[in-house]
Design a protein around this ligand. Structure first.
Ligand code: TTP
Ligand code: MG
Length: 411
């Protein structure tokens, strides 16, 4: 089998660089893209702001504390999308096999070219000429290594991991830097004493599978610099979301509403960044007794404005009667909310009709209760009534793995 040649390209401080390009007065200054309100979230920060610790997804309030001179600039997603279109056009001059991961990054399979490193150099130069912005490139034999390499010399970097150096490179790599090992898995690995690629390499495959399920096979490969994932154009993302764990558990609705507005802003940023089209909005609340409830609502068309997202998520949050605080129906006593999440799901048409199953499984009585409560306290429809409402609650007791689901359809 011929060895693949993979390039990963990632724009530097993408939104912030676009703002500095278009507003010369911001050049050389610490800026954050996002809004400055008390619940605002930073989408990204310019390289001048990063030494202060300002980075993506922290709150604007914290960012201002870290860097008092920080300038907040509102996001202009249309402009970022236009730049994204320009860079993707450049990529396609080199290969059909382009897999965008978000507006500002993509994998390219250039196995057919003589030198991937030369191609990457050219791509960077063309991006700069056509957009006035810098990108970083990583080059290697698979996606994992290319992605790690592009991060290695940021900003304006270019780094190649040639086949002969893979082993050494991977051995020294901290486990959280592997592409494909997320935050939660990395924490679990730390708990097992696995901190670097070298540590991971010492574990046998069966042990990794025992701890991490099927993914264990992949991790076994990653430790050896092996990653079989192909560059797949038009990959379809199924869902996207954001979650926050509160500094203090709360049962105060107003507090919850405010906390949720920050999660909403972040999830909206992600939606824009991944150009995700989601029709189903899911709200999840986790309680201090480790139970959780999930509610969702499916619209006829993808959510296309931050205002619609605000309405739907507040509606889902308000779906409890005021005299019955969150979770009471699932717990013997009142519990406080520990964490909240909003997710978007892309939904296929056939999924919209699968309610009969739940009805059979959980009995009519429960559904009727649910109906009555929804009529009294149910969510207000959106103004245009173009809403397919799927109010759904799930109580999960993780220790037993038991799931109780209730669903109801309201016109
Ligand atoms: P990244 O490529 O992760 O970050 P970046 O381009 O700003 O900086 P770097 O030089 O380290 O690559 O994300 C690209 C854009 O996506 C970023 O400019 C803003 C947006 N974004 C968010 O809106 N929220 C997020 O949590 C992250 C990580 C990015
Ligand atoms: Mg980037």
């Amino acid at each position: 089998m011929t060895q693949r040649k993979i390039i990963h390209i990632d724009m530097d401080a993408f939104y912030a660089s676009v703002e500095q390009r278009d507003h010369p007065e911001y050049r050389g200054r610490p800026i954050a893209v996002g809004h400055d309100g008390p619940r605002g979230v930073v989408a990204t920060a310019s390289y001048e702001a990063r030494p202060y610790g300002v980075r993506s997804a922290i709150s604007s309030a914290l960012a201002k504390r870290l860097c008092p001179n920080l300038i907040f600039v509102p996001a202009r997603f249309d402009v970022y999308k236009e730049v994204s279109r320009q860079i993707r056009a450049v990529f396609r001059d080199y290969t059909e096999l382009v897999e965008p991961l978000s507006l500002d990054e993509a994998f390219l399979d250039v196995t057919h070219l003589r030198s991937a490193t030369l191609a990457a150099r050219e791509i960077k130069a063309r991006i700069l000429a056509e957009t006035g912005l810098t990108a970083s490139a990583g080059i290697s034999v698979n996606k994992m290594l290319a992605k790690i390499a592009s991060d290695y010399r940021k900003p304006d970097g270019l780094f190649t991991i040639p086949p002969g150096q893979i082993e050494e490179f991977v051995a020294a790599l901290p486990i959280e830097r592997f592409f494909g090992i997320g935050e939660v898995t990395a924490r679990k690995m730390h708990g097992m004493g696995i901190h670097t690629g070298a540590d991971l390499r010492l574990r046998d495959e069966a042990e990794l599978v025992r701890h991490f399920g099927k993914a264990g096979h992949s991790y076994y490969g990653y430790a050896r610099g092996i990653d079989e994932r192909e560059v797949t154009p038009n990959r379809i993302r199924k869902s996207l979301g954001a979650e926050t764990t509160f500094a203090e558990d709360t049962d105060d609705r107003e507090q919850l509403r405010l906390e949720l507005s920050a999660v909403r802003e972040e999830v909206w940023n992600r939606l824009m960044r991944h150009e995700f089209k989601g029709k189903t909005v899911v709200l999840k609340l986790k309680f201090d007794n480790f139970r959780q409830i999930t509610r969702s609502k499916t619209l006829f068309a993808p959510v296309n404005s931050a205002e619609t997202l605000r309405q739907v998520s507040e509606e889902l949050l308000a779906a409890d009667p005021p005299d019955r605080p969150y979770g009471r129906q699932f717990a013997r006593s009142l519990h406080r909310v520990r964490a909240a999440a909003i997710r978007f799901r892309g939904i296929r048409p056939e999924r919209l009709n699968d309610f009969s199953h739940d009805r059979r499984q959980h009995g009519k009585g429960k559904d009727d209760n649910c109906l009555k409560r929804d009529r009294l306290w149910g969510a207000k429809p959106l103004p245009d009534h173009r809403v397919f409402s799927n109010l759904r609650e799930i109580s999960q007791a993780p220790r037993t793995g038991r799931t109780i689901a209730r669903r109801r359809v309201a016109a």
